[in-house]
Design a protein around this ligand. Structure first.
Ligand code: AKG
Ligand code: FE2
Length: 213
């Protein structure tokens, strides 16, 4: 990954994969060291790289560490209930105990839960409801959950959640005849407040209630 520099062939190929997996799954697996670069790729692949720097300046972060113990014989395997994230971007890492599952649509448009298999020294970058709204629905905010299926060891995960200070507004580059505007500009912190006071849905229906047009 060291030779991954903007403008090179490997950059363009990886950028293509990042965009494809974000649109298909709402998340992608990245290798250590490239978090910032990969975010730049997402912006670049939609021609919105001019917003990247101002975004970085208006971001705040929250770091959360989680521990999941193996489920007992008479317990459900559910470690964390299905939800979509309400921050801007989520970056997740774990010890070598899998458990994160992402809901995708299969070719018949049915829901399917897929386990995210993380190699050592890699992490997951996940789109959220706010990211979905910002991208005018181009990028999916995937429902996800944690299942402790038959693991004998504790699972630890660490999540870095970014939040955007101020207004989240869809750049004009995401809007065209095929993609009419789907979300009104909104204040991210006010959305968090709205969700905390009205947690009606755990998934992306909540952002539609708050800022959908
Ligand atoms: O533990 C994980 O892998 C996922 C945690 C998560 O989805 C969350 O905290 O929002
Ligand atoms: Fe989450």
């Amino acid at each position: 990954m060291e030779d991954l520099k903007p403008g090179t062939e490997s950059w363009n190929m990886t950028r293509h994969k990042v965009r494809h997996t974000l649109e298909e799954y709402g998340c992608f697996i990245a290798i250590y060291g490239g978090g910032e670069i990969k975010k730049q790729m997402v912006f670049e692949s939609y021609g919105v790289e001019k917003y990247h720097e101002s975004f970085n300046e208006s971001m705040s972060c929250l770091l959360k560490i989680m521990k999941y113990r193996p489920s007992k014989a008479d317990e459900s395997n559910l470690g964390m209930a299905a939800h979509t994230d309400k921050n801007f971007l989520s970056i997740l890492d774990q010890n070598q105990v899998n458990g994160l599952e992402v809901q995708i649509k299969d070719k018949d448009d049915d829901d399917e839960w897929v386990t995210v298999e993380l190699l050592p020294s890699s992490f997951v970058v996940m789109a959220t409801d706010v990211f979905m709204a910002w991208s005018n629905g181009r990028l999916r905010s995937p429902p996800h959950r944690v299942m402790m299926k038959g693991s004998a060891a504790d699972r630890y995960s660490i999540a870095l959640f970014t939040f955007k200070k101020g207004t989240v507004e869809t750049p004009e580059e995401f809007v065209d005849d095929e993609h009419p505007p789907r979300f009104k500009p909104f204040d991210h912190y006010k959305y968090l407040d709205f969700f905390a006071k009205n947690p009606v849905y755990m998934d992306h229906r909540q952002i539609n209630l708050f800022s959908g047009v």
